[in-house]
Design a protein around this ligand. Sequence first.
Ligand code: PAF
Length: 281
Amino acid sequence: MKIIRNIKEMQETSRKMKQKGKAIGFVPTMGALHEGHLSLIRRARKDNDIVAVSIFVNPTQFEAGEDFKKYPRVLKQDAALCKEEGVDLIFSPSTEAMYTQDHKTHVYVEHLSGRLCGKFRPGHFRGVATVVTKLFNIVQPNTAYFGQKDAQQAAIIKKMVEDLNMPLKIKVLPTVREESGLALSSRNKYLSVKEKKDATVLYQALNLAGRLIKQGNRNYQSIIQKTRAGISKKKRISVQYISIVNLEDLLPVKRVKGKVLIALAAHIGKTRLIDNIIIDG
Ligand code: PAF
């Protein structure tokens, strides 16, 4: 396994691999790898000749006052996990290399980026779309793998790839959860034992919403209210949003019908977590 820090070297390595007819599977990450990332890496390993993982804590997707500085950076530990999973290449550039003083170009996927989390993190998805575009141009993968836990991110990247005719496939794989139901996230590291226990109500609340829909409740407001009530029992949790939206445009459904995404964001103490499920109503 090779760790590449230089952009030109990464581009050149990918170019040579592709010249030899090798299919490159790519898993973009910000590091602090957990089973969620490993499930993407395993799938990439299964599908491709070469597996590349990027580890880069992208400053442009953090809002002012968010956790950019304290985001866990554990490259040695991540590299060991990647090696165990048979990763061929880790791309881990410096911030200065990715964003020179003169960096002026950004990618923004309209509409989708302003919904759900985008309402509370206005610059976030512009940062994500920009860095993912840069990473795709550098790594030049045939297929890139993302987790369903970041459903909005996945929808935005799919749209960006379609709109900008990027020559790769996007695969979105299921959320990996702890036994308690808590969705795996690098940010779970910030939670105390008590907060982690409390956080399990988020998935329970999503499942409650899912059950209500399955039982025939089609009333958006009533489902949201009952779901919120489930979470509000935990004093340390403050819900930022709960929404039931269409899978394609992420707009709230008026009456729940067909496949919908139930998505939420909440603060547990100082930690912001997101989660979602897809339900066929
Ligand atoms: O999902 C993440 O870890 C990040 O948003 C990504 C896609 C690696 C871009 O920085």
